[in-house]
Design a protein around this ligand. Structure first.
Ligand code: IMP
Ligand code: MG
Length: 189
């Protein structure tokens, strides 16, 4: 019996081939920019893990990896901007070339917070690779150093990104159509 895949009813924003091609380009740029160094990739859980897994396999220089977990708080539909680390790094980033890996840069609150917290541990450098960039929603003045795709202000799921912890397993990036559905999403983490 053929079981329809969950999420297959949602419109595709970026298909898996397009994502793979762009990730190869990003990894090539990273390998070139960090040549002679060993970047330390810090993935922000949970959204970034699928992207991180594909990205590192296209990087052609030595690199090391670690993960941290973040929770952002808010009441109702509005994120308060309060962010907290719920799983810290395993190893020191002192004098390391840290490359934070994020699924999506939205208001910029998460990365702004991470810049402050990670920056206090004296990394040799601190940069950001984000698969997606919802530039029009930015509240704080942060930019990613490597961006996969700039996307419009739609709520996206799949390829690691969730709605209510679901849809992370979709191979493509899809979106939930209609601005009227946005208030249902609540705080984003
Ligand atoms: P920022 O702190 O507003 O930049 O938010 C970044 C985080 O919000 C991301 O790491 C995601 O976890 C989450 N987020 C923002 N937009 C979306 C979306 O469209 N779909 C799923 N998660 C999102
Ligand atoms: Mg996230």
């Amino acid at each position: 019996m053929l079981i329809p895949s969950v999420g297959s009813d949602l419109p595709i924003l970026l298909d898996k081939e397009k994502i793979a091609t762009r990730i190869t380009e990003m990894a090539t740029a990273i390998s070139r920019d960090y040549q002679g160094r060993t970047p330390h990739l810090v993935g922000v859980l949970k959204g970034a893990w699928v992207f991180m897994a594909d990205l590192i396999r296209e990087i052609s220089i030595h690199c090391t990896v670690d993960f941290l977990s973040i929770q952002s708080y808010g009441s109702g539909t509005v994120s308060s901007g309060e962010v907290k680390i719920t799983k810290d790094l395993d190893v020191s980033i002192e004098r390391r070339d840290v490359l934070v890996v994020e699924d999506i840069l939205d208001t910029g609150r998460t990365y702004s917070y991470l810049q402050e917290v990670l920056g206090a541990h004296d990394p040799a450098s601190l940069k950001l690779a984000a698969l997606l960039d919802k530039h029009t929603r930015r509240i704080l003045p942060v930019e990613a150093d490597y961006v996969g795709f700039e996307i419009p202000d739609v709520f996206v799921v799949g390829y690691g990104l969730d709605f209510d912890q679901k849809y992370r397993n979709l191979a493509d990036v899809r979106y939930i159509p209609g601005p009227q559905t946005l208030p249902l999403f609540g705080p984003r983490a």
